[in-house]
Ligand binder design. Structure first.
Ligand code: FES
Length: 124
């Protein structure tokens, strides 16, 4: 019984996070880079899509779909370098979107993002 439970737990382990895609197509300006301090997170919308961004350093912004991989709630900025889904308390690491806790089965979907001048651009 214990071995079966262990096997099931291993099968349910969250998938590996994706690498960030490269920036192609049309970049959407989501906010001024000066509004997103290094280490900060923000929720933004592109058309009707919910996106969450994290400024890793002066020249790097990471962007993810804010659709929780558990049941589709909207992921919001959180504490301790994690995004948070308030519906059932899933947490995602800001550095790669991987699951850091809760029932979410997979990492957040990544989008390419760049800083150009004072613009944060996200590529869907
Ligand atoms: S929908 Fe996000 S934790 Fe359930």
């Amino acid at each position: 019984m214990g071995a079966a439970a262990l096997t099931l737990a291993a099968c349910a382990a969250p998938a590996e996070p994706e690498a960030a895609p490269s920036a192609t197509g049309e970049g959407h300006e989501v906010m001024a880079a000066s509004e997103l301090k290094v280490g900060a997170q923000a929720s933004v919308k592109i058309n009707k899509a919910d996106v969450i961004v994290y400024r890793q350093d002066e020249s790097t912004v990471l962007a993810y779909s804010a659709i929780c991989t558990h049941a589709g709630c909207t992921v919001v900025p959180g504490e301790d370098a994690k995004f948070h889904c308030p519906c059932h308390d899933s947490y995602f690491n800001v550095a790669d979107g991987s699951v850091a806790g809760g029932p979410a089965p997979r990492p957040l979907t990544r989008f390419a993002a760049t800083i150009e001048g004072d613009k944060v651009l996200v590529y869907l």
